[in-house]
Design a binder for this molecule. Structure first.
Ligand SMILES: CC(C)(COP(=O)(O)OP(=O)(O)OC[C@H]1O[C@@H](n2cnc3c(N)ncnc32)[C@H](O)[C@@H]1OP(=O)(O)O)[C@@H](O)C(=O)NCCC(=O)NCCS
Length: 219
């Protein structure tokens, strides 16, 4: 559970999604971010929830055990789902925002040529924000920040090394939002080298029209 922002007269609770109905809403959160395949992204979260794997690997103990023996952790695809989080912000009896984050499939497939150990390292050291959105009527009340802060706390508690993500460079106000939330912003279109941030032989490269944000996770 997280501290709840209480703003504009509305009490907001931020927590991990618990119910199928909350996971289905992730189609909307992905769509608000302009993520392609929003429906598939929500379906994958729902599947991991139904399989009782979603978010089960976001702890230091899990990190240690998966690092030592991935088969004990259920194999690579289980590790990916276990390291994925789905957070919701609830106000006035409904979900008003959501955040999905976890290993990037794109990144882990880049590292697959180096073998399973490299894939698992990437899954354990990196948390990518896949989607973060708040309903328009609830924006500007600290809810986006509360969702992001909760994700950063979870990343810290699970021994990740870097939290990062990307957004369309000209999306109104998004750069200002991430900057105000303490994230480092790259120049538009420029990559982040994960060698220095997470000791991984990989580079996160955005599209030319996108901007990356990132922050080292406190250890
Ligand atoms: C980006 C988004 C999640 C921000 O959520 P929010 O709840 O309105 O943001 P918060 O109220 O927590 O704002 C946190 C800080 O960012 C600033 N900020 C937020 N939106 C801003 C905007 N459009 N312009 C300038 N600053 C902004 C706030 O002023 C606040 O700064 P403060 O330190 O002065 O208080 C929300 O606008 C949204 O859902 N956008 C559509 C989806 C999207 O683009 N997501 C991001 C890419 S995945």
């Amino acid at each position: 559970m997280t501290p709840s922002p209480n703003s504009g007269g509305v009490t907001v609770e931020v927590r991990t999604a618990r119910y199928r109905v909350e996971l289905r809403e992730f189609q909307r959160w992905h769509r608000l971010c302009g993520v392609p395949h929003a429906r598939r992204a929500a379906r994958n979260l729902l599947q991991a929830h139904d399989d009782k794997v979603l978010s089960t690997g976001l702890s230091r103990d899990y990190t240690r055990s998966a690092r030592a023996e991935v088969s004990a952790a259920g194999g690579v695809s289980t590790v990916l789902a276990a390291r994925t989080m789905a957070l919701v912000a609830l106000a006035e009896g409904r979900a008003v925002g959501g955040l999905a984050a976890g290993p990037s499939i794109h990144l882990v497939s880049q590292l697959a040529v180096l073998g399973q150990a490299a894939v698992v390292q990437a899954a354990l050291r990196t948390i990518k924000v896949h989607a973060l959105a708040v309903l328009p009527a609830y924006r500007g009340r600290g809810i986006g920040r509360a969702l992001l802060n909760e994700a950063l706390t979870i990343a810290e508690n699970s021994s990740a090394r870097i939290t990062y993500g990307q957004f369309p460079t000209y999306a109104a106000g998004v750069a200002a939002f991430y900057r105000r939330c303490g994230m480092n912003l790259c120049a538009p279109g420029l990559p982040v080298d994960l060698r220095s941030w997470a000791d991984l032989p990989a580079v996160v490269a955005p599209l030319p029209s996108e901007t990356l944000f990132h922050r080292a996770v406190r250890q």
